[in-house]
Design a protein. Sequence first.
Length: 388
Amino acid sequence: MLPTTPATSKTLQPATVFAALGPNPAPLAELLWALHRQRGLRPTALFLVVDSRGHHFLQRELLGPGAVLHELALLLDLTLPPDAIHLRVVTGPGGAVLDDDDPGHADLYNAAIWDMARAATLQAGDDVVVFALTAGRRRTMTAMSTMAFQLLARAWDLCLDVRVSDKRAEGGVGFYFPEQQQRDIVAKNRDLVDARDVAVVLAEVLLPRLSGLLSTTNLSSYAAALQASQSAIDDAAMPTVVVDLVAGKLRVNGVDVGLTGAQLIWYATLAEARQRGDGWLMVTNVEALQAMAVRCEPRSSWVTAVKHQTIDAFVGGETPDHSKRRLANNLSKLRTDTANRIESWCRANHPKWSRFLVPEKDSRLVNGDRRHRQRISIDGRSIVISGL
């Protein structure tokens, strides 16, 4: 006679389980037992994906009359009616057994995993969804399950890897959970292992949750979610800025922004300041601009084509006979035109990048005098300056 837990087990927090299974169903039984005993969770629904071979063993060992699920129900007061078990059996064309090396078969698996994982989250409502890694050596199924978690999981959902403390209890050796009636397990090496000596470990897998990047319209299929998530990641990614002082071009992710020579020299000055620190540069710091202009090759075609009186003088190693403040004022239009050109390019190509690429302005009082400064806020590690 199996021991039973008190009826208060029904007061445990309900949980929906999603799992893609390989041919061995034991990890699912281990999971159900450990969720109750270790996590205070009561599985109320199962969403399972298997191939035809896995389905055979699942029915024979777990779901059939008097099988392991029945034993768990008696032990843990865990009742899962037939309509709480949602099963997707994936086969190839014509009912063929799936082949991991066949890309078409992989697409079928991926689509099935996505559909069932999404159905689990929709049915669960505010309950926890456990994304279980139970596929054993089926690495593609494990990878797809973790991807489904990343794209669908809410803040309270869990991704759990199911492990056992004794490797001899892995595989189809008859181990399902430590309190099972059949204590003696014959390992593949013929060792005799006591089920009560095997610990089940639920290792939480911490992954970035990307569901906030997607709208519900992008979740209708695996293909749609994959495309939308990659687009969202690309949008959020920091661009790479290349200031090419050989060719006289500013390129963002390989695309020429189309700055004039003078604008490029000013932007290169800001870019170098950002590489060295927080990037803030006083607009009266004309020495930094002059130093950048001097370091450009004066014989380069793009440098000789610069049409800006002050920058021309700087390139030639001259300093116009003006105060620093007056020089800064003379260069005001150059700074404005540069910012406008970057803003226009971002608006046409990638609006979200404007906050990284368009020079930002700041002013503050220093000893009663208002000082203006600029910088580009993109991380300096995303900037490459070539030709210095």
